[in-house]
Design a protein around this ligand. Structure first.
Ligand code: ADP
Length: 511
């Protein structure tokens, strides 16, 4: 039979002794007083106290005893209720302390991994030492849970309860993303069907008996999950579950805030970059207007001047032809500038599609050099071609434009009599073209900028050099469309080297 608790036995025993002693004292006094008042028929004899009034005394004693026992039981009840209330108050106070500690620990703008680690460091003390607690964050875009932190004996396993949501068991998936209900399996052996699907997804949980999976939710959106697993069954009680739920809400809020801070920072970053880009474009536009005004004015002044001479003066046919030739060359220059601008616009907006076919870079380089020799007789153009160069998939006309622009620049920005070298070579999966001159060179800060439209440094070896600032941007656009790269190296005052690499592609054919 169930034995009453010790405290109850103590209270009942004390009540019984108290009732007996009180009864005895009261009866003795009562009998003695009766006797003194002469109300006892036989006189007062202590040995007759019990015998003479037996029935009355018995009832009186029973009442005394009943009152004392009921009082004892009541006192015991009150005492145990108070003790329980005190225990609960202690527990609540401890929980509140933990909640406020967790709140303080994860309130700052910390990265999610740090939030999870700080959270676990505090929560760890409140769960069984044999339990492992893990936290994963949800990524909306990829629909995956990525492990953030884990604490406990199985924390070093590859993180369980992470991965793509699509691969999660349906029972788990719908709780984490749907109605957001915690899944509690007090004993996996009692739910073999469910547990088989869980272990199929996370084999690390094969030995787990007790399992709890709690969705972390903020503003009705899944932020992550908290998993608690233990190799022994029934290791989570209602109090722990309640505590974990309110702590989990704090963590979900903190993860949400961390995400908001990160996206606000990213937005601010993006806006700053866009601002910079807008400022750069604005400057480019202003530069372009002044370049156009400046560069167009020169040929236009020539055209106007020469045409006025032809109109206003009596000229011989040869003189008229000479002026007409000047007008023609200025008009050609204007056309070139307008064409370059249109070309770059079309390349950048994707209006021009490359006509790719197997192409030998050596042939293109040799052809451009042959043509240029006639227009640049004062420079020594030297070729150093790798004859074993494979052919590449390329748009021949566009590659001619690339080589022409680089070669023309090398000539424009280097003094007469100097050498311009054009080299080709194999470079891993690419072929490489190098154009090297011994000209004015480029200051290091401008090395990247010169590939941006309208960036110009107008000083050449003999003073002012005309141009549009569009040659190199066109080169870069064409090379990029071929999947290649172009960059420049230079020592100011000694010369510049331009490198172009172009991928050989899969249909490599050696010549
Ligand atoms: P442009 O030559 O019409 O000015 P580019 O886009 O071809 O325009 O070149 C941009 C700028 O890059 C030039 O103004 C020049 O300052 C610099 N540059 C290009 N090639 C060379 C080179 N080989 N040597 C020195 N500077 C160069």
């Amino acid at each position: 039979m169930h034995r009453p608790p010790r405290s109850l036995r103590f209270y009942l025993g004390s009540a019984a002794v108290y009732a007996f002693l009180s009864y005895l004292a009261v009866q003795l006094v009562y009998d003695w007083e009766l006797d003194r008042a002469g109300l006892h028929a036989t006189g007062f004899h202590p040995h007759t106290v019990f015998r003479n009034t037996y029935a009355v005394h018995l009832v009186s004693f029973a009442v005394w005893l009943a009152i004392a026992l009921v009082t004892g039981a009541l006192v015991h009840r009150v005492q145990s209720t108070l003790t329980r209330a005190l225990d609960e108050a202690h527990q609540r106070a401890n929980e509140l302390t933990l909640i406020s500690e967790v709140g303080a620990a994860i309130s700052g703008p910390l990265p999610p991994t740090r939030l999870a680690a700080d959270f676990l460091a505090l929560v760890r003390q409140r769960v069984a030492p044999s339990a492992t607690v893990a936290i994963a964050a949800y990524d909306d875009a990829s629909e995956t849970f990525a492990a953030l932190a884990a604490e406990g004996p199985r924390a070093s396993d590859p993180p369980a309860v992470a991965g793509a949501v699509a691969s999660f068991p349906a029972e788990v998936r719908c709780r984490l993303l749907g109605p957001f209900h915690t899944l509690v399996v007090q004993d996996s052996a009692a739910q073999p069907a469910l547990w088989a699907t869980v272990v199929e997804t996370w084999p690390q949980l094969a030995a787990t008996r007790c399992f709890c999976l709690m969705p972390l939710v903020s503003r009705d959106r899944p932020m992550g999950l908290l998993a608690l697993y233990d190799d022994a069954p029934h290791r989570i009680d209602d109090d722990q579950l309640r505590l974990l739920t309110s702590l989990g809400q704090h963590l979900a809020g903190a993860l949400d805030n961390a995400g908001l801070v990160t996206s606000a920072e990213a937005r601010a970053d993006r806006e700053a970059r866009m601002n910079e880009e807008l400022q750069r474009l604005n400057k480019a536009k202003t530069d372009f207007v002044s370049i156009v005004a400046h560069e167009f004015r020169t040929p236009l002044t020539g055209i106007r001047g020469f045409s006025e001479i032809i109109r206003d003066y009596e000229l011989t046919l040869d003189e008229a032809r000479e002026y007409a030739a000047d007008i023609h060359s200025d008009a050609q220059r204007l056309t070139r500038m307008i064409n370059s601008q249109l070309d770059l616009d079309r390349l950048q907006s994707g209006q021009i599609e490359l006509q790719k076919e197997p192409m030998q870079l050596n042939d293109v380089v040799a052809w451009v050099v042959e043509l240029t020799r006639e227009t640049a007789p004062d420079h020594q153009l030297r070729l150093d071609l790798d004859l074993a160069l494979p052919s590449i998939p390329g748009d021949r006309d566009r590659m001619i434009q690339v080589v022409t622009n680089l070669l023309n620049n090398a000539i424009k920005y280097s003094p007469a009599g100097t050498e311009v070298l054009l080299e080709t070579e194999r470079d891993g999966d690419c072929v490489r073209l190098v154009v090297r001159d011994h000209g004015v060179g480029i200051e290091p800060p401008a090395l990247d900028r010169i590939f941006e439209p309208y960036t110009r440094i107008e000083t050449g070896p003999g003073g002012h050099v005309t141009g549009t600032g569009l040659g190199l941007p066109i080169v870069r656009q064409i090379v990029t469309l071929h999947g290649g790269r172009v960059w420049a190296e230079s020592v100011p005052g000694e010369g510049s080297t331009f490198h172009v690499t172009l991928p050989v592609g899969s249909d490599e054919t050696k010549e």
